[in-house]
Design a protein around this ligand. Structure first.
Ligand SMILES: *[C@@H]1O[C@H](CO)[C@@H](O)[C@H](O)[C@H]1NC(C)=O
Ligand SMILES: *[C@@H]1O[C@H](CO)[C@@H](O)[C@H](O)[C@H]1NC(C)=O
Ligand SMILES: *[C@@H]1O[C@H](CO)[C@@H](O)[C@H](O)[C@H]1NC(C)=O
Ligand SMILES: *[C@@H]1O[C@H](CO)[C@@H](O)[C@H](O)[C@H]1NC(C)=O
Ligand SMILES: *[C@@H]1O[C@H](CO)[C@@H](O)[C@H](O)[C@H]1NC(C)=O
Ligand SMILES: *[C@@H]1O[C@H](CO)[C@@H](O)[C@H](O)[C@H]1NC(C)=O
Ligand SMILES: *[C@@H]1O[C@H](CO)[C@@H](O)[C@H](O)[C@H]1NC(C)=O
Length: 304
């Protein structure tokens, strides 16, 4: 009898496992999929367990970091996911370029930014919500999309001394912000070595550059004279990514595709062309709220 019970339990376990490890891209995710990682909600098409996301690109790793569970996409910590806007905010890495007083040379710190997952990945750097920030009193940096469109943009920041700087102002004096074009998913940052801090290191030793969410940035004069900008959150700041189902070009094609891959599965949902490169997202129609990627996911006020 005990053997029988053990067998039954094993069988149940296998069924649960099978449900959890259903192949990626299956139309409806299992109810055993975890939908929370620490404080972050993980709505489908995203997932943190095997077989729980719509595509591999929507899979996140739920890892313990500083004692708290947090979702990551490769090295990038995910702060939140919006189904309505088709955006996700992740922590991007600040690149520093600093004068070393003992060697008399300039040195790079931090890592190059942007998810480098290729053109078929769901993610694009939002051209609407991000700016390329360059901070320093003698700083000239480029942001380039080397393996993509061949784009290269520049940020230049300068000042004579600390009295030129104004808290909250980022228009060239100690701080500059530059927009990026659509369709970027990766970028590299380079500082021009002939514009450097070797003459001004006593009050400004480091220059910084990062693509980040404009709304979470406010220039502080302390960013010039201390390591506050880089030191506040481990050299990381939020950047906004536009995600979409990108293996199909647009809504028209997605709706025609007879292979059953159309992602807007809920009634009262609609397809929306991505505003940043090819692909589409789903949205609930007017008066309905919820998850358009799940059958019955969009609910009207009478459904509650
Ligand atoms: C989805 O619909 C909401 C209103 O219900 C709207 O605010 C939002 O902009 C829409 N998202 C997209 C990507 O069109
Ligand atoms: C300056 O360079 C020296 C020699 O490479 C290194 O040991 C030191 O840590 C550097 N200082 C800073 C502040 O990075
Ligand atoms: C900053 O530079 C300006 C112009 O060169 C000068 O008039 C001012 O005295 C300087 N202020 C400080 C605090 O060095
Ligand atoms: C800083 O720039 C000056 C002027 O262009 C240049 O001569 C010098 O070699 C640079 N120093 C470093 C450490 O890159
Ligand atoms: C910024 O912080 C990160 C993480 O602590 C560190 O690795 C990097 O060296 C720092 N950069 C500078 C310029 O101090
Ligand atoms: C979506 O994009 C396709 C291809 O670019 C275009 O033909 C179609 O008109 C767009 N649909 C909407 C609703 O904008
Ligand atoms: C239909 O979807 C499949 C799977 O995503 C894709 O391989 C195929 O190219 C699509 N067909 C068309 C006509 O877009």
């Amino acid at each position: 009898r005990r053997n029988m019970q053990a067998l039954l339990q094993l069988g149940l376990c296998l069924i649960l496992l099978a449900a959890q490890y259903a192949p990626a891209g299956s139309a409806v995710p299992s109810s055993h999929c975890r939908r929370q990682c620490g404080n972050v909600e993980i709505p489908y098409p995203f997932g943190i367990d095997p077989g729980c996301s719509l595509r591999d690109g929507f899979h996140l790793d739920c890892k313990v970091h500083d004692g708290i569970e947090r979702p990551f996409r490769s090295a990038f910590e995910v702060l939140d996911i919006s189904l309505k806007q088709g955006t996700t905010r992740v922590l991007n890495f600040i690149v520093g370029y600093c004068y070393n007083t003992s060697t008399g040379s300039m040195e790079y710190f931090g890592r190059y930014g942007g998810l480098n997952e290729g053109v078929s990945s769901p993610y694009r750097l939002s051209d609407v919500q991000n700016r390329f920030m360059v901070i320093g009193c003698n700083a000239l940096a480029s942001i380039s999309d080397r393996d993509g469109t061949g784009y290269e943009g520049y940020g230049a920041a300068a000042c004579r001394n600390q009295s030129d700087l104004v808290d909250g102002s980022c228009s060239g004096i100690g701080c500059s912000q530059t927009t990026i074009p659509k369709r970027m998913y990766f970028y590299a940052t380079t500082f021009f070595s002939t514009v450097n801090n070797s003459q001004i290191w006593k009050f400004n030793r480091c220059s910084y550059a990062v693509l980040m969410e404009t709304a979470s940035f406010r220039f502080s004069t302390k960013y010039i004279t201390t390591n506050k900008f880089n030191g506040t959150n481990d050299g990381r700041v939020p950047v906004v990514l536009d995600w979409a189902v990108r293996d199909i070009k647009s809504c028209d094609v997605a709706k025609q595709n007879k292979t059953g891959t159309y992602a807007c599965l809920s009634s009262n949902s609609k397809c929306v062309n991505s505003s940043n490169d090819q692909g589409y997202t789903c949205n609930c129609t007017n008066g309905y709220e919820g998850n358009p990627y799940l059958p019955g996911g969009c609910k009207g006020s009478t459904d509650y």
